[in-house]
Ligand binder design. Structure first.
Ligand code: URA
Length: 441
């Protein structure tokens, strides 16, 4: 087999066989094919697309390029969730303990944030002492003993994706549905889940801006999972305004904890209840939690009972974190400056631009411009207004938490265009635009 022939086939619009896809994936990972040839192939894939069979073959080849985590000695059925990333998206911190509170063991490998969407590991590291770089042995031990663990994914998980993603980044081939879907799903397949809930965000603070594009991406990801033998559900969730009130690491941990105590913002709580419901539906596989409405009610009750909070607290303790900060949220990192942004007029909120709030949070130092940048855990923005709210002139719409006057000013400059008003009533944004069930693709 020759890589030039494979490039030529894709360039001419022909399909690639599973063997050809396996060949270039494994040879590239092993360093036996140079970047320039794989760049040409990626561009051909970008322009010509891939069939469902090709996408599944690419995903499985990338997943199998490294270790495939086998959790079968710990759990009968491993359920995972994945968010495509959004502003204020601390859903994992709530839904994983929630599922664990139902006796569903959770052994989750999470990622870090890049750009204006934060990663779960970064948020957790706002808690002093917490270890999210567990060895596989520690990861397994906590999963077995406590039933809830969240750690970073090991370098040996889907290494082909790591190499291909870096190359896509510098060759203008990132925004390709087959390449995005296979990239995300390769890591999910390698992480050992039997059932996966995808929380795919759509809107100006998301990777995909239109519902149509998002649905197309979600459908491909669900198809990949189904063809690889997994149970799949994708939710298409709004990301035109931030999710919840808090954006920024320590602020988001505090909001997650409040939500776990049944005191979280209503919209964020509803989002979490839906994601957890779908996780439990998969975990029960139509048996124990067959009825979604029943499950929703049980999930809500578990939030109110404090059982999910106890599971989160236990996880923090198991991973070496300071539980005192969870019990007393004022002990989480706090920023020096609090600056209010007030409504400039009376009216109805037409827009709280999620992408803009994300960029402003990045300007405060809450995220990374590039890989390896340090993060300021204390800074961020609380967004008190949602689309559809009626506000009076001077009402506080946001509170900015900053540690540096210059960065505060930059954040304010970015935020200048974030909020838009209407004199007429405005409908609230939907939380979800639909669901794609693995049984229907
Ligand atoms: N996240 C990934 O892991 N891969 C992509 O290609 C895009 C988002």
């Amino acid at each position: 087999m020759r890589i030039v022939d494979i490039i030529g086939k894709k360039r001419d619009g022909e399909g690639l066989s599973e063997a050809e896809i396996r060949y270039f994936t494994s040879q590239y990972t092993a360093g036996a094919i140079p970047d320039y040839q794989v760049s040409a192939l990626l561009m051909a894939i970008y322009l010509r697309g891939m069939t469902r069979e090709e996408i599944v073959a690419l995903t499985v080849a990338m997943a199998e390029s490294g270790d495939m985590l086998d959790l079968s000695d710990i759990v009968d059925y491993a359920v995972d969730k994945h968010s495509s990333g959004g502003i204020g998206d601390k859903t994992s911190l709530v839904v994983l303990p929630l599922a664990a509170a139902f006796g569903v063991p959770i052994a989750k490998m999470s990622g870090r944030g890049l750009g204006f969407t934060g990663g779960t590991l970064d948020k957790l590291e706002a808690i002093d002492g917490i270890n999210v770089k567990l060895s596989e042995a520690e990861f397994r031990r906590i999963a077995r003993d406590s039933g809830l663990v969240i750690s970073g994914q090991s370098a040996s998980l889907a290494p082909a994706d790591g190499k291909l993603y870096a190359l896509r980044d510098v060759t203008g081939t990132t925004a390709s549905l087959p390449l995005i879907a296979s990239s995300i799903m390769s890591k999910k397949l390698a992480a050992g889940a039997n059932g996966i809930v995808l929380d795919v965000k759509t809107g100006n603070g998301a990777f995909m801006e239109t519902v149509e594009d998002t649905r197309a991406l979600a459908t491909i990801m669900v198809q990949i999972g189904v063809d690889a033998g997994r149970d799949m559900v994708a939710l298409i969730a709004d990301m035109n305004q931030p999710l919840g009130v808090a954006v920024g690491n320590a602020l988001e941990v505090a909001e997650a904890v409040k939500t776990l105590r049944g005191e979280g913002p209503a919209l964020f709580e509803s989002h979490c209840i839906e994601v957890a419901t779908q996780m439990l539906r998969l975990a029960g596989r139509g048996e124990r939690w067959a009825e979604a409405d029943e499950t929703r009610a049980a999930v809500m009750q578990t939030l109110r009972s404090g059982a999910a909070f106890d599971r989160f607290r236990q996880m923090v303790a198991d991973q070496g974190g300071d539980v005192g900060q969870i019990d007393d949220l004022s002990r989480l990192p706090v920023a020096r400056i609090k600056h209010r942004v007030n409504a400039e007029r009376a009216g109805y909120i037409r827009q709280v631009h999620a992408g803009t709030v994300g960029r402003a949070t990045l300007a405060l130092g809450a995220g990374r411009e590039k890989k390896g940048d340090a993060i300021d855990y204390a800074v961020g923005i609380e967004v008190h207004a949602s689309v559809g709210d009626k506000v009076v002139n001077g009402e506080t719409l946001m509170t900015i938490h900053a540690n540096d006057e210059g960065k505060l000013q930059r954040a304010l400059d970015v935020l200048a265009a974030a909020v838009d008003y209407s004199a007429e009533p405005v409908n609230p944004l939907p939380l979800f635009y639909g669901m794609i069930d693995g049984g229907e693709v």
